[in-house]
Ligand binder design. Sequence first.
Ligand code: T5A
Length: 211
Amino acid sequence: MGIFITIEGVEGSGKTTLAGMLRGYFVEDGREVVGVREPGGTELGERVRSILLSHTGRIDPWAELLLYEACRAQVVEEVIRPSLERGMVVICDRFTDSTLAYQGYGRGLDLEAVESINRWVSKGIMPDITFLLDCPPEVGLERALGRINSTAGPREDRFEREDMDFHRRVREGYLKIARMEPERVRIIDATGDVESIYRKVRDVLQRYLRT
Ligand code: T5A
């Protein structure tokens, strides 16, 4: 089996940036790497992603949960499982912890129900290691907004428009998950610059790979 790495955190915490750097790290090391994002990663998932992020009307929280899980079911079967079976490194920008943090802690859906659906949909596939890029939501949203205001950037999405209390619940939710699973979920202070965050992650990863 390959290695399954997930990257988690609040909006704009630097997940996509880090995912790209980690892909480079493994490629240089001569490993075969596949990068995916959630929601997305498959044709079906990318289509559902655009509904999830740009729908302007209200989406019922359970409907929202099931749309995220539908994307996950597809990407697990189409990309993650076969890549791991081929011995590849899979780097996933968000996975089941996002659902527990956003739909569970953020939206207030029943945590056990969310965990149970997560388990069904990921069919026993669990990340080997998860990097939680932790920063106050204000910091992440400012970065995300900086990108939106740049000419090439996309417009803000449904979650970036949520109030600050929602984002704080999401962050706290992530920290609770990390406290419950300290072996798997490594908290990385994501308030610094890109290079220093990458160095911290690379050090943890190298120690993990040696064990
Ligand atoms: N969601 C997702 C759920 O509710 N439930 C679920 O189950 C799942 C899977 C997905 C949305 O869906 C929700 C969560 C999300 O709201 P997304 O676009 O994939 O949306 O997620 P975002 O977190 O919104 O992704 P972003 O691209 O906005 O944030 P990233 O990936 O954390 O940050 P990144 O790397 O793109 O960086 C953002 C900007 O900051 C700069 C970058 O250059 C970029 O411009 N930057 C830094 N600037 C200063 N210092 C640093 N250290 C920086 N790192 C990056």
